[in-house]
Design a protein around this ligand. Structure first.
Ligand code: SAH
Length: 381
């Protein structure tokens, strides 16, 4: 028997082709697509505006997959961390970060990662496999479902100015927001999204489709360690998506050491690709900069960083290094963070210093997965 086709792997035009191949009219694809993304249908039986005969026929060749979290941890600041088991026994995680009722969801693109950044916990797991398009969009759909079932309390005094994505500059900040709505998607979870573009691009197409997940493309951010050819492809295929680049070092010498990708695409090429990235209007490239004590947190680093990015529309996310076991790097001192931050702010750079959100639930970079797997390993022995 042929394995069934998971329809959540298909953006609308591909779904149209798939159904056309089965002799179905084009409007059927739109009907099914809306059932999947707007009604969160789990099966064809629910699709009541489609004839029984057709529903049966579809169910013989196709499925609609889902993810359900095996663990949800909520931090005292409202951050929620989800661990999703996948059909093959692997797992991935997503983190929901509420800021004044505006939810940013950080999703994963791969199980593990091949980029081997020296400071990153996910890198130590190596790459197990790419996530499918369905597994990427299902993270969003599962969290949406959880937000409806367990709406977050809107704190009267949730006065966090810090955000992963500073979206105040686009003049849309007065939009009514619901604490149960996901507003921003950032692909900053496990994996290198540009190392899995064949599945990431259709997933973004589903996210931003007005008949799909209905997110604005200006609220979707793809974060990369710097795969230059894939940055070009992303810009070509999904114009208007936001780009974040994990810079983390201001010299090729250091970047070669802590981010092996730099040996293939050194700073000059990376920054050129940022210059060429098709960002519309007033939007900016986000440069993420993980500050590691004594490694890249000096005043000279701040100065070099400014010089590197000053001719690119930019904003900077300073991320204090999150310490994890078996990794020699250390968090920077508060004084180093403050000095770095102030140096850039004084020179009119938009800087967000990420607070340790979800610190009490280890909501950073592969830590929940690590923790649960350690626990399981402990139970087995
Ligand atoms: N591969 C993509 C997205 C995943 S990593 C990328 O490199 O951008 C998301 C962010 O977490 C990156 O900016 C990365 O540099 C940062 N990061 C990784 N490990 C970290 C740690 N231990 N502490 C703080 N930030 C970390």
């Amino acid at each position: 028997m042929m394995p069934k086709t998971d329809l959540k792997n298909f953006p609308l035009p591909v779904l149209e082709q798939f159904l056309k191949g089965q002799g179905k009219e084009r409007f059927r694809a739109l009907q099914v697509f809306k059932w999947i993304y707007q009604q969160d249908a789990h099966g064809f039986d629910e699709m009541t505006n489609i004839s029984k005969a057709l529903r049966l026929e579809l169910s013989e060749t196709a499925t609609i997959s889902n993810l359900e979290p095996e663990a949800v941890e909520q931090g005292s600041d409202g951050t929620r961390k989800y661990l999703f088991p996948l059909a093959d026994g692997n797992s991935v995680e997503s983190v929901l970060i509420p800021i004044e009722g505006r939810n940013t969801l950080c999703i994963s693109s791969q199980v593990g990662c091949a980029m081997a950044c020296e400071f990153c916990l996910t890198g130590t797991f190596k790459l197990t496999r790419n996530l499918t398009t369905a597994e990427i969009v299902n993270q969003i759909m599962a969290v949406k479902r959880d937000l409806i079932a367990n709406p977050p309390a809107l704190k009267a005094n949730a006065g966090h100015a810090a955000d992963l994505i500073d979206d105040c500059e686009d003049g849309e900040d007065d939009e009514p927001v619901s604490p149960a709505t996901i507003r921003n998607i950032v692909m900053m979870g496990m994996g290198e999204p540009l190392h899995n573009l064949d599945n990431v691009i259709p997933a973004i197409q589903i996210m931003i489709d007005g008949n799909g997940l209905q997110l604005s493309n200006r609220r979707v951010t793809v974060s990369t360690c710097g795969l230059v050819p894939e940055m070009e492809r992303l810009g070509r295929e999904i114009p208007n998506v936001n780009l974040a680049v994990s810079l983390n070092a201001t010299t090729d010498e250091l970047r070669n050491r802590i981010m092996p990708v730099n040996r293939s695409f050194p700073l000059k090429e990376l920054l050129n690709a940022c210059r060429k990235f098709p960002l519309p209007g007033r939007r900016k490239v986000t440069f993420e900069y993980v500050m590691m004590g004594g490694v890249n947190d000096s005043p000279e680093d701040a100065k070099r960083l400014l010089r590197l990015i000053s001719d690119i529309p930019n904003k900077v996310n300073l991320i204090p290094f999150n310490e994890h076991e078996g990794c020699g790097f250390k968090a920077p001192t508060q004084a180093a963070i403050d000095a770095f931050h102030t140096y850039l702010i004084d020179r009119h750079v938009t800087v967000i210093t990420r607070d340790s959100r979800g610190g009490d639930i280890s909501a950073a970079c592969g830590q929940l997965k690590g923790k649960l797997e350690n626990k399981r390993a402990g139970e087995k022995s």
